[in-house]
Design a protein around this ligand. Structure first.
Ligand SMILES: Cc1cc2nc3c(=O)[nH]c(=O)nc-3n(C[C@H](O)[C@H](O)[C@H](O)COP(=O)(O)O)c2cc1C
Length: 354
């Protein structure tokens, strides 16, 4: 198991960096060659980006392309009004897409340079990734990029096999590499209390008609290019600790693992930029877990109800802001959900009207 290292990647805010434009403009022939090289890198990057997880598989992203940059834009029309009124989970999803972009570009042999929130007057423009000069991908970049198409949410019971300490350390390091912290409540003796908050929030969402209507609207009977297909749901849990979402009504309840490895990803603050960076961290953790042969599924209920989120924060010590909750473990094979094609989520930056 490789412990992930930070990418050879610069991340900063409101600060321009020189792109490789001089090279591009130096001669027409070289320009064409560079653009062609870039376009296969860009295609690979976009294919990777859209494999990111998102709440109800809404895929709340748009990618605006210029010759040497990819902008990640929040698609506000796809923010869930009942489940995610502040857009925090949509920003997490865009952060996950951003990490996939960065990894795919790095694995294709290019340096990336990311500006977070590059235009103050346009907060939906979350990040600008500049594709830089050649770069030799590290082993970690290759492994995490290779894990992107293999990752999916697995809502089925996991085996009882415990996650070894080395893997727990690797996923914690992955969170830290992106400026987040991964708290394992079981290690702090607060698993039961955390699970209680998940159950309470789940109960409250069960009583919320708007939430239920939105959940139904995004649940698909057959595979469509967005939303969660019924086949990706999990079985009902027979008296388990954690209540799942997208539970399949048919079929007998199943016994889930007795000692689930629950993880809470936290950030030092809760501003939109932190939520975006939390999404990068979440995705790095999920890819590190996938690379180590683990499965994961989310339990976002306590994040989605503000007073319960505040209780979770207190439970974790009161200093860090919880961003997402999931469980990790050794799963049996599950299924992947579809995505919209990249053409549907991509536009030319020059054609964007301001
Ligand atoms: C911020 C966030 C919150 C999520 N919350 C839940 C959740 O509470 N329950 C759940 O089963 N899946 C949850 N998901 C998983 C999505 O439903 C899933 O990512 C989406 O359907 C795409 O499927 P995939 O992860 O298999 O690629 C969440 C995903 C994200 C990014």
């Amino acid at each position: 198991m490789t412990v992930p290292k930070v990418l050879p990647h610069r991340a900063h805010r409101h600060c321009r960096v020189p792109a490789a434009r001089e090279t591009l403009e130096s001669s027409k022939g070289r320009y064409t060659a560079m653009v062609l090289t870039r376009s296969s890198v860009v295609t690979a990057a976009l294919e990777a980006a859209v494999r990111a997880p998102s709440p109800h598989n809404t895929q709340p992203w748009i990618f605006e392309l210029a010759p040497d940059t990819i902008d990640v834009v929040l698609d506000e029309s796809r923010v869930l009004g009942a489940c995610d009124p502040e857009g925090r989970e949509a920003r997490l999803a865009c952060g996950a897409a951003l990490l996939n972009l960065r990894l795919a570009i790095a694995a294709a042999g290019r340096v990336t340079d990311t500006e977070f929130l590059p235009e103050r007057e346009r907060p939906s423009l979350l990040a600008r990734v500049t594709i830089g000069p050649r770069h030799r991908p590290t082993m970690t970049e290759r492994r995490l990029a290779a894990a992107i198409p293999r990752r999916y949410s697995n809502r089925r019971p996991f085996s009882e096999q415990p996650v070894p300490r080395g893997v727990r350390t690797a996923v914690s390091e992955a969170a830290r590499a992106e400026g987040a912290r991964l708290i394992l409540p079981a290690e702090a003796g607060s698993l039961e209390a955390t699970a209680r908050l998940v159950r309470r929030a789940d109960h409250l969402q069960g009583l919320d008609d708007d939430f239920q209507e939105e959940l139904r609207a995004w649940t698909r009977q057959e595979a469509e290019d967005d939303g969660v297909p019924a086949f990706a749901g999990g079985p009902r849990s027979a008296g388990g600790l954690l209540p799942g979402r997208y539970v399949r009504e048919s079929g007998a309840p199943r016994v889930f693992e007795q000692d689930p490895l629950v993880a809470v990803l936290t950030m030092p603050n809760d501003a939109p930029m932190s939520q975006l960076r939390a999404g990068c961290a979440m995705q790095r953790v999920l890819l590190t877990a996938t690379d180590a042969g683990l499965s994961a599924s989310f339990y976002s209920q306590p994040i989605e109800i503000a007073p319960v989120r505040a209780e979770l924060r207190d439970l974790l010590g009161g200093t860090e802001h919880p961003q997402t909750v999931f469980r990790l473990g050794y799963g049996y094979p599950g299924v992947k959900t579809p995505r919209r094609p990249i053409e549907a989520v991509t536009r030319d930056r020059r054609e964007v009207r301001r």
